[in-house]
Write a protein of this length. Structure first.
Length: 186
């Protein structure tokens, strides 16, 4: 896979975005949970702590994603470990689902999310022959939806239910959560 050609805002050199391996499971669990849940997530702007408690993912789920056909977890590594990750899943109709876009909370707003997104789009095209990227975002996350819209994603009008009965996704703190579907033509 080719590395993303973008540079983060701080202009420090960035290693290429690459597929994760089974040896990355523990680091991925730590990274994703730190960015979405708990006190550490409050240091970044992507926290879901006010919406969901518990953990965002676990080792079993990550290991399953890494071994599932038609899936890829891409990572951005730094000297101190993983800086970010993103999940891709090939879908029918030359569509690829994007999820779990994560940047370490203390590095958010440095351009790494944009770099990961561009790398994910390229990977989806080259590895899955995707012509469309799809994602779901909790509908009350207006700032996150706006971030994706600035990168060419558009709401489809489709609403999907939140999986309240699946504790692997977290422990809801509200009873009005649902997903909006965003798409982008690649």
């Amino acid at each position: 896979m080719q590395s993303a050609s973008l540079t983060p805002r701080n202009a420090n050199p960035v290693p290429p975005v690459e597929p994760a391996g089974i040896g990355d499971v523990t680091a991925l669990v730590t990274l994703v949970n730190s960015a979405y849940r708990g006190e550490s997530s409050r240091h970044g702007w992507t926290t879901e702590e006010h919406l969901l408690g518990g953990q965002r993912t676990d080792a079993e789920s990550i290991a399953g994603l890494l071994s599932a056909p038609g899936h890829a977890v891409l990572v951005l590594r730094g000297r101190d470990g993983l800086l970010g990750c993103v999940l891709l899943e090939a879908k029918p109709g030359r569509t690829c689902y994007l999820g779990m876009l994560t940047v370490r909370p203390d590095l958010q707003s440095e351009g790494l999310g944009r770099l990961l997104l561009v790398a994910a789009e390229r990977h989806a095209q080259l590895q899955f022959d995707a012509r469309q990227m799809e994602m779901t975002v909790i509908d009350c996350r207006a700032e996150l939806i706006a971030w994706y819209e600035r990168r060419g994603y558009r709401a489809t009008g489709e609403i999907r239910p939140f999986p309240y009965d699946d504790e692997r996704f977290g422990l809801p703190k509200r009873d009005d959560l649902r997903f909006v579907v965003l798409c982008k033509t690649l």
